[in-house]
Every structure is written in structure tokens, then in C-alpha cells.
Design a protein around this ligand. Structure first.
Ligand code: NAG
Length: 372
């Protein structure tokens, strides 16, 4: 696929041809998965999204054009002053920001590093995680900055307790209203570019976690059946991919598994794209729940002038903002009959806080877990 090729070229540069023999000498080391959002909780979240969905993207410059930049607050938790002890270098953080911004180019969202806060706390470094929430609650309550549209990243060690060995976890946009202090991404420090975690040290763990933070599910959500990840152009996948299994096709029909997608579990070197359907969903998610205004998503070629004029598929957008908006996702949807599902709001509509019952349980997602 042309789109994939462009993204691969952007991210991988000269290592493009390394895909030829993907798993030959790579030791078996799956990302693994401790827990993911269950279908029941996902269905509740999706009903809320359908009821309050704010359409963010439009065509022909009718909404504000240009990429939207979100602020990032980086909280480096260390147990000692060494890199091994979590004291990642400024250049690793900058490199991580570059990787994140290249990965998000096609979404029209860019990230600006606003602050770096280094803090020595070995309890947080070792024990912060989604399972024992007291430690991470203490950390986030003390450190989190900004509002719903500000990304807070905490780098830790996941060295002890039930969350030992995690690569990272994130909160969803729809949880912000109920749990604002909890919002953000917690990341294994050695997944930053140049870090010491084999196969997961090119910075795509943060890309993947920020994908959740802007409202995307795993590509393997729900397996082969049902609405899956609520995005129509990511073929269903029975289970997470491991390594870089080119040609994998774990569900009949629908196409090959999206192993190069940032929301799968492949190695960092294997990940290179969000699909247009994911871009539409994430822009609408953050318009709805993070009050990030919509806009025209600029073509990739306008962001990187030196790129040759390659045709990039445009994100899926309503055909005209003057027409009745049509639901964006064509994925089959499980509808609970008694629940009223209002029309999606028009592009540019005035934002209204979602009404109705709010989630009562936090949905940490994506407990990436190294084999330990
Ligand atoms: C952590 O690293 C920064 C710069 O990389 C340095 O200024 C700081 O002193 C280090 N922290 C400790 C506790 O050594």
C-alpha cells in the first residue's frame, strides 16, 4: 500500500528493507498484554460517544485550517541520577517528541514539549502502575499539569509489584471528565528512543499510548467478531501481533492483519501508520472529550515540502459540511435498543459537555507487558 510505503520511508529510512526477513533472528519476545478494555465497558463508552459525537474534520477550509498543537508535560521519575535509574537524557526526550510528531503527522495533531520535570522518588519509579492505583494516584495528583487537552507523560520503571514489566498504559479521552487528575500516559523510561528495552526502544510505545489517549482502541479489540476497534479500515485481528509477522491474516475476510498499525502490538520497527479511519475517529474523540477544535487535516505533502508529490489518501470526512452529517464509522455497531442515540453534532457545532451517566470505573488500557 502506497500510504504504508510513505510512512515506512519516513520512519525507517534506510532500514526499509529490513522487513524482508522479519522474524528470522529475532528472539521471541511478545509485548504481551495484562488487561485490555472489555467489550461491556467499551460498549458503554461507544454509546456515549455516539450520543455526543462532535464531528471535527471538514473539507475545503470551512473550519480553521492547519495542524493543532497540543502541549506535553514530561514528568521524569527517577530512582537515582543514572540513565538506568530512570534519569533519561534531554536528548532522548527530544528524540521521543520527534518520533511522536512524525507518527502523528497524518492526524493533523502535533505535540509541543512544554515542560520537563525531573523528580527522584523510588517508590513511584518502581511501583507506579495501573493495578495498585494508590501509588500512581499519589504521583499524578502531585504532578499533573494543564487541562483536558494537555498530554502528561510520566516515565517510570515498573520494577516491582503486579505491574512489573509493563511498557506503558494510558487513559481514554472519555474518562477525563470523571477522572481529570488521572489523565495521561505512564511509560517505561527505557522505551524512549535509544533506551535499553530490546525491540521496544524506538519510541513507538509512546505513539501507541498516545493513540489511546486520543481515543483509539487496539486493532485486535474484540477479535474477529463485532465492531472491533470501531474503525472500518483496520481489518479485524484475532489477537495481538508479535514481532513483525508480515502476511499474517488471523481473521477470515477483511484483509491482512494491520500489523504495521501503531495500535497493534508489533515491534517498534514494524509500526508505521494510523489509517484514515483512525484519524477521523481520534479527531472526533478529542473534539468531543478534550475540546480540541476540529479543522482541515492538511495533506502530508504540505507538512513535508521536500517529499515528492505522492498521493496520500485523504482522511475520511463528511462530503459536505452543509449536508446533514452522516455517521463517520461504518463499522457494525452493537445497539442497545432502549438507549436513545441522537444525531451527531454538526461540524463546528458549539461544544456541549456530554450529559448523562459518566463512567464510574477507570479504564486504564493497554498494559503492555514484556515477558519477564
Ligand atoms: C539527571 O539528569 C539531568 C540532566 O540530564 C541532570 O541535570 C541531573 O542532575 C540528573 N539528576 C540527578 C539526580 O543526578
Amino acid at each position: 500500500m502506497l500510504f504504508n510505503f510513505v510512512a515506512i520511508a519516513l520512519l525507517q529510512g534506510s532500514s526499509l528493507f529490513a522487513f524482508a526477513n522479519p522474524l528470522a533472528e529475532v528472539p521471541h519476545r511478545p509485548r504481551g498484554c495484562g488487561s485490555i478494555i472489555d467489550e461491556a465497558k467499551k460498549n458503554v463508552a461507544e454509546l456515549d460517544f455516539k450520543a455526543h459525537r462532535r464531528i471535527a474534520t471538514a473539507v475545503n477550509g470551512l473550519l480553521a485550517a492547519g495542524p493543532t498543537t497540543l502541549n506535553v508535560h514530561f514528568h521524569v521519575i527517577l530512582k537515582d541520577g543514572s540513565v538506568r535509574g530512570g534519569n533519561v537524557t534531554d536528548s532522548a526526550i527530544q528524540e521521543q517528541m520527534n518520533v511522536l510528531n512524525i507518527a502523528f503527522l497524518t492526524t493533523g495533531i502535533q505535540f509541543n514539549l512544554q515542560s520537563v520535570n525531573r523528580l527522584q522518588n523510588s517508590r513511584w519509579f518502581s511501583g507506579a502502575g495501573p493495578t495498585v492505583s494508590a501509588i500512581q494516584d499519589e504521583m499524578k495528583t502531585e504532578l499533573r499539569q494543564g487541562g483536558a487537552a494537555d498530554l502528561n507523560v510520566y516515565t517510570v520503571g515498573f520494577e516491582s509489584g503486579p505491574d512489573q514489566g509493563l511498557l506503558g498504559y494510558a487513559t481514554f479521552p472519555s474518562d477525563f471528565e470523571s477522572f481529570p487528575e488521572d489523565d495521561g500516559v505512564v511509560l517505561l523510561h527505557s522505551t524512549l528512543p535509544g533506551g535499553s528495552t530490546p525491540d521496544y526502544n524506538l519510541g513507538q510505545t509512546l505513539t501507541h499510548e498516545v493513540g489511546h489517549w486520543v481515543g483509539l482502541y487496539h486493532t485486535f479489540q474484540g477479535g474477529c467478531r463485532g465492531a472491533g476497534d470501531e474503525v472500518s479500515d483496520t481489518p479485524a485481528e484475532a489477537s495481538p501481533a508479535e514481532g513483525c509477522p508480515v502476511g499474517r491474516d488471523s481473521c477470515s475476510g477483511g484483509g491482512l492483519d494491520p500489523i504495521h498499525n501503531f495500535m497493534d502490538y508489533s515491534f517498534d520497527s514494524c509500526m508505521n501508520n494510523f489509517t484514515p479511519g483512525q484519524v477521523t475517529r481520534l479527531r472526533d474523540q478529542i473534539a468531543t472529550y478534550r475540546n480540541v477544535p476540529g479543522g482541515v487535516i492538511p495533506p502530508l505533502s504540505s507538512l513535508i515540502p521536500e517529499l515528492p508529490s505522492i498521493v496520500i489518501p485523504e482522511p475520511q470526512v463528511p462530503s459536505s459540511v452543509l449536508e446533514e452529517p452522516t455517521p463517520v464509522s461504518s463499522a457494525p455497531v452493537e445497539v442497545i435498543p432502549s438507549a436513545p442515540i441522537p444525531e451527531a453534532s454538526a461540524p463546528g457545532a458549539v461544544y456541549e459537555a456530554p450529559a448523562g451517566p459518566r463512567p464510574t470505573a477507570r479504564s486504564f488500557v493497554d498494559f503492555f507487558r514484556r515477558k519477564i
